[in-house]
Design a protein around this ligand. Structure first.
Ligand code: NAP
Length: 297
């Protein structure tokens, strides 16, 4: 079946449908980003918002299968709730315990994937960094911290230190992942509070995965932050509004290589696009579209 849209057509009888399932979803930037990538490749496809109330998640997933959707992204609050409705999970989704991308295969089977956990590592790699064989500090033990920790472990990190404001959550996460099937047993896990005394020497990568710094509030500045990190070490931010957070400014002033939250957002979207269409979208264009819409907001 052709996936290319005829010139000048908008939607056709064969348009492949994907979208974002959430509640609410009207604020999502994904339709802008994904439709720009679809148009740039000339695909006969469209990405739409799919609002579904929490009590209707099962019906929504079944509805997508019944209507022949190719798949969808899944966002707050459904990422965990959709898991029981999948026929299969990718290793990333199984380990994280959450699905942010669904693909409905040709045989009607529903496959749950998690590209959130790939976003941080792929953004770092796109900027010349790596976690393979490295020591990584992850700040935050919420959804983003969890995804980044799994992504780093699967990408070959040697040592992963999770720090969180509520230290017990960091300890629980590190303990859970240390014994999780699918996580390389070679990873050394540590956990602690955000405000503890910390020696930053030997840390190659810091990933800021808390929501501190969102909308310019409460930037995360830790005691002796980044001091003693080796040359060429890297700081990555999850927050993308604002794009330039205090964390990134501080990292830059210490000579670290930095990657912003927009890059991470784009990379999870690129991975989802590849999962649905088997084609690489234009990541630079996706970033441009997101940046323009954030400037307008
Ligand atoms: P979440 O599950 O609600 O977790 C929030 C995390 O931030 C927790 O670890 C929390 O610590 C910590 N936190 C909140 N306020 C803090 C503060 N003032 N000081 C220190 N720590 C604080 O949220 P999430 O889903 O992990 O998202 C975290 C951020 O990442 C959000 O800004 C989100 O927009 C962003 N994000 C970006 C991408 C991307 O692709 N760029 C993807 C996912 C998420 P406690 O446990 O102590 O409360």
């Amino acid at each position: 079946m052709t996936e290319t849209r005829p010139p000048n057509a908008t939607l056709t009888g064969r348009t492949i449908l994907v979208g974002v399932l959430g509640w609410p979803v009207s604020h999502s930037l994904s339709p802008l980003m994904q439709n720009a990538a679809i148009r740039a490749l000339g695909l006969d496809a469209a990405y739409v918002a799919l609002p579904a109330a929490p009590e209707r998640v099962r019906e929504a997933v079944e509805g997508l299968r019944a209507l022949g959707f190719r798949g969808c992204n899944v966002t707050i609050p459904h990422k965990v709730a959709v898991v029981p409705h999948m026929d299969r999970l990718t290793p990333e989704a199984r380990i994280v315990g959450a699905v942010n991308t669904i693909r409905i295969n040709g045989d009607g089977s529903i496959e749950g994937h998690n590209t959130d956990c790939l976003g941080a590592v792929r953004a770092l790699e796109a900027n010349g960094g790596t976690v393979e064989g490295r020591t990584v500090v992850i700040l935050g033990a919420g959804g983003a911290g969890r995804g980044a920790a799994v992504g780093c472990a699967l990408a070959g990190a040697k040592r992963i230190i999770i720090l969180n404001r509520t230290a017990g959550k960091a300890e629980a996460l590190a303990g859970e992942l240390a014994s999780k099937e699918g996580i390389p047993p070679s990873v050394a896990w540590e956990a602690g509070p955000l405000d503890g005394e910390r020696d930053w020497s030997g840390v190659d990568v810091v990933m800021q995965m808390t929501s501190a710094g969102m909308h310019g509030r409460n930037d995360l500045i830790l005691d002796r932050q980044f001091q003693g990190m080796p040359d060429g070490s890297h700081a990555l931010e999850a927050v993308y509004a604002p794009v330039k957070t205090g964390f990134l400014v501080s990292a830059q002033s210490k000579g670290l290589r930095t990657t912003d939250g927009l890059s991470m957002l784009v990379e999870q979207g690129v991975a989802a696009f590849e999962f649905w269409f088997g084609k690489k979208p234009d990541g630079a264009l996706m970033r441009e579209v997101l940046a323009a819409s954030l400037r307008e907001a």
